[in-house]
Design a protein around this ligand. Structure first.
Ligand code: ADP
Ligand code: MG
Ligand code: MG
Length: 257
C-alpha cells in the first residue's frame, strides 16, 4: 500500500529557513489534519512536497513508496499521483477547465506518456467529466470556463474538488480549501471531499477550522509551530484548536514560536 514519508525535512525560502525538521508519514487511506498559526509553515510544507522551485530543500527526505520524491520534478510528482490544491491557485486564461483536466487526467493515468502523445479519448473523457460533475452537483457549463479566470473564491475551491475527483491522486494536500467560503459552501466542499473518498487516497487537510473535518474525520491532527510539528493528536485535537485557538500550543512550546 502507498506511503508518503517526510523525514526531518528542512526547507528555506531564499536564505530564510522556514521548515526546521518536519516528520510526517501518511498512509493511503488515512486522513491527517495539519493546523497551526499563520506563518508556521503549513503551505511551505505542501509546496515543498510538490517541488515548487521557490522552496529549497536543505535537508531531510521525502519518499513515495520508497522512491525519492526530491529527485523528481514537479511534473513527475503530479504524474506519480501527488496532488495539491493551492491556497492561492493560479489563473490560466485561455485554457478551459475541461481541456486542462483532460491533460492532467491523462498524465496521471498514463504516467509514462510523452508530450504530444494521445490524450484520453474525448468521448470517454466527456462522459466521465459529466458524471463526476453531476455527482458533485456542478453545472457542466463550469468546465467551459477558463481555469480560475475570474473565479469567485467558492468557484476556485469547486474547481479544485473537481480536479481531485477526476485525477484520483494517491495523495492529496488541500491547503485551506475552506478559506473564504461561506458556511454552506464549506459544508458542500466537506461533503464532496468525503464523497470522492478519502479511503481511496491519503489526505492532508490544512485548515484552521473544524468544518472541513466534519465529513472527513482525521485519524491524526498535527500542529505546526515555527516550522516544526510540535504536537500530534487525534480528531479531538482539531476540535480543541478550532474552539480555543493556539494559545495553549504557543505557551507549551515557546522555543518553537
Ligand atoms: P502558513 O501556511 O502556515 O501560514 P507559510 O508556509 O505560508 O505559513 O509561511 C511560513 C513562513 O515562510 C512565513 O514567515 C512566510 O512569510 C514565509 N514564506 C513562505 N513563502 C514565502 C515566499 N515565497 N517568500 C518569502 N517568504 C515566504
Ligand atoms: Mg496562512
Ligand atoms: Mg498557508
Amino acid at each position: 500500500n502507498h506511503v508518503l514519508k517526510i523525514e526531518n525535512l528542512q526547507v528555506s525560502v531564499g536564505d530564510k529557513p522556514i521548515l526546521r525538521g518536519v516528520n510526517l508519514t501518511i498512509k493511503h487511506g488515512e486522513t491527517h489534519a495539519l493546523m497551526g498559526p499563520n506563518g508556521s509553515g503549513k503551505s511551505t510544507l505542501g509546496l515543498a512536497v510538490m517541488g515548487h522551485p521557490g522552496y529549497t530543500v536543505t535537508g531531510g527526505s521525502i519518499s513515495l513508496d520508497d522512491e525519492d520524491v526530491l529527485e523528481m520534478g514537479p511534473d513527475e510528482r503530479a504524474r506519480k499521483g501527488i496532488f495539491m490544491a493551492f491556497q492561492r491557485p493560479m489563473a490560466i486564461p485561455g485554457v478551459k477547465m475541461a481541456d486542462f483536466l483532460r491533460h492532467a487526467t491523462t498524465n496521471v493515468r498514463r504516467p509514462d506518456r510523452k508530450e504530444g502523445e494521445e490524450l484520453i479519448p474525448m468521448r470517454e473523457f466527456r462522459k466521465e467529466l459529466k458524471e463526476k460533475m453531476s455527482h458533485l452537483k456542478m453545472d457542466v457549463e463550469f468546465a467551459r470556463r477558463y481555469v480560475n479566470d475570474g473565479f469567485s473564491g467558492g468557484e476556485m475551491k469547486r474547481a479544485e474538488i473537481l480536479q481531485l475527483a477526476m485525477l484520483q491522486p494517491k495523495f492529496a494536500i488541500l491547503d485551506e480549501t475552506d478559506s473564504g467560503l461561506d458556511a454552506d459552501a464549506v459544508r458542500l466542499a466537506s461533503e464532496s471531499i468525503a464523497d470522492i473518498g478519502h479511503q481511496k487516497m491519503g489526505l492532508l487537510i490544512i485548515t484552521h477550522h473544524d468544518k472541513l473535518l466534519v465529513h472527513n474525520p482525521p485519524q491524526y491532527t498535527h500542529v505546526m509551530l515555527g516550522g516544526r510539528i510540535v504536537e500530534t493528536g487525534g480528531r479531538e485535537l482539531a476540535q480543541e484548536l478550532h474552539d480555543q485557538g493556539y494559545d495553549r500550543i504557543r505557551k507549551a512550546y515557546p522555543e518553537a514560536d
